[in-house]
Design a protein around this ligand. Structure first.
Ligand code: SF4
Length: 413
């Protein structure tokens, strides 16, 4: 895979070397077993895959290139580059300004943007309406467009479904930048509707079977369906796509459920004509990170730490998986670890920051599951490791810990 030129402070002395060792022994990325980074007193059990993905590195490379190439110009980002506070903060420190917040609220009026300003499109992509607005102003948007190709792939799939006369069911978070962009691109070609979860798929199922009234549809999905959507005629041929960072198992559940609804409505013979058999549109990074996290669930550990921005969709799903087995702490960086006992962490179910006063248990050796989202720099994970080693008075013989990883995989190959 292509390597990107990103600031060295996002790389890390520990995690980068761990990943290099794993890649050396698993070039085809088939082995999802965790990595044991053992410091004796404390052992970190790392997911096989985590951290910066292709789309994020691409976006970061282009953003810093825009800064370097345009020292005399104003540079704007449509919204957060990725969902990581450290990366966005660093871009702001380099003079980049955000035009909108993550929910699409305007922070700087369009009227202030001039044709010679630089506007960077983030990895999530943007809506056709915003693309057109920037074109009207005369901004050269293709120059610094960091839209991830895996997001564009979803748009293409939606277009294809629309061309074949299917309505597109988008499994995603309707306020998320990527889903707003996908909805916009999808509705240009197809009747489209955004659903959040399996509960909403079930409501849709009832509507398809005629068990719910139009008023329920209009109320439940207000603002999340395309213009002139007719819930009687536009739900007879459907296909599912998703936000690239959703939980794979939930998208599968939704697809299976809706396929079964079409079978009930149209019968075995005809159901295939009414349900497009699309595979999910998750990106490779979401699939790899979720599979690697599922492999962590086979391990025994005292706690789990997931590092990432609190508005990061892909990170939240890793937390959801870890919570199935471990006492899990979702932290944005090492600064959230206050003392041996006290940690500030995010409760994504209630959307609130919590303070826990029981963090690191006393038993030794301590085993900690550790992973991070696709927008989290490895350097941040390194600093979390260093902070825990410091709080547990563990001497960090990194060379020995890395040599042990090499020995493990040497023995296996
Ligand atoms: S998580 Fe996937 S879709 Fe999103 S930027 Fe990364 S590679 Fe692209």
């Amino acid at each position: 895979m292509k390597t990107f030129n990103i600031p060295t402070y996002y790389r890390s002395p520990i995690i980068s070397r761990v990943k290099a060792i794993r890649s050396k022994f698993d070039k085809r990325k088939k082995d999802f077993t965790p990595t044991h980074l053992d410091f004796g007193n404390v052992e970190f059990i790392l997911g096989r895959h985590f951290g910066f993905c292709f789309g994020v590195e691409n976006a970061i490379e282009i953003s810093y290139k825009a800064i370097a190439e345009n020292p005399d110009k104003r540079i704007f980002l449509l919204s957060q580059m990725i969902h990581n506070p450290g990366v966005n903060g660093d871009l702001e420190n380099h003079g980049i300004q955000f035009l909108q917040d993550t929910k699409g609220n305007q922070l700087i009026p369009w009227s202030e943007i001039k044709s010679d300003d630089i506007v960077i499109i983030p990895a999530f992509g943007t809506t056709i309406e915003i693309e057109n607005k920037l074109k009207e102003i005369g901004v050269d948007t293709p120059r610094y467009n960091t839209t991830c190709p895996f997001v564009e792939r979803v748009w293409k799939k939606s277009e294809k479904l629309g061309t074949d006369d299917y309505t597109v069911i988008i499994h995603g978070k309707d306020k998320h930048e990527e889903t707003r962009a996908t909805f916009s691109h999808s509705k240009a070609y197809a009747k489209s509707i955004v659903i959040r979860d399996i509960a909403e798929a079930q409501l849709l199922g009832k509507m398809i079977l005629g068990d719910l009234a139009e008023s329920d549809f209009l109320q439940t999905f207000a603002g999340r369906y395309s213009a002139d959507f007719n819930f009687k005629t536009d739900l007879t041929k459907i296909g599912v796509v998703n936000q690239t960072t959703m939980l794979a198992s939930e998208t599968q559940e939704i697809s299976d459920y809706l396929a079964d609804i079409m079978l009930q409505k149209f019968g075995q013979e005809n159901s295939k004509k009414h349900f497009a058999n699309t595979r999910d549109t998750l990106c490779y990074a979401t699939n790899d990170n979720q599979s690697a996290t599922l492999a962590l669930l086979d391990q025994k550990a005292d706690l789990a730490i997931v590092v990432g921005g609190y508005n990061s969709s892909n990170t939240s799903h890793l937390v959801e998986l870890c919570e199935q087995k471990f006492n899990t702490f979702y932290i944005k960086d090492e600064d959230e670890i206050k003392t041996h006992n006290v940690v500030h962490h995010f409760d994504m179910h209630k959307s609130e920051l919590l303070e826990s006063k029981t963090f690191i248990p006393e038993n030794r050796p301590l085993k900690i599951i550790l992973t991070s989202g696709a927008s989290c720099p490895d350097a941040t994970v390194d600093r979390v490791i260093q902070r825990i080693l410091e709080l547990t008075n563990t001497s960090a013989d990194i060379e020995l810990a890395l040599a042990n990883i090499k020995n493990t995989f040497n023995e296996e190959v």
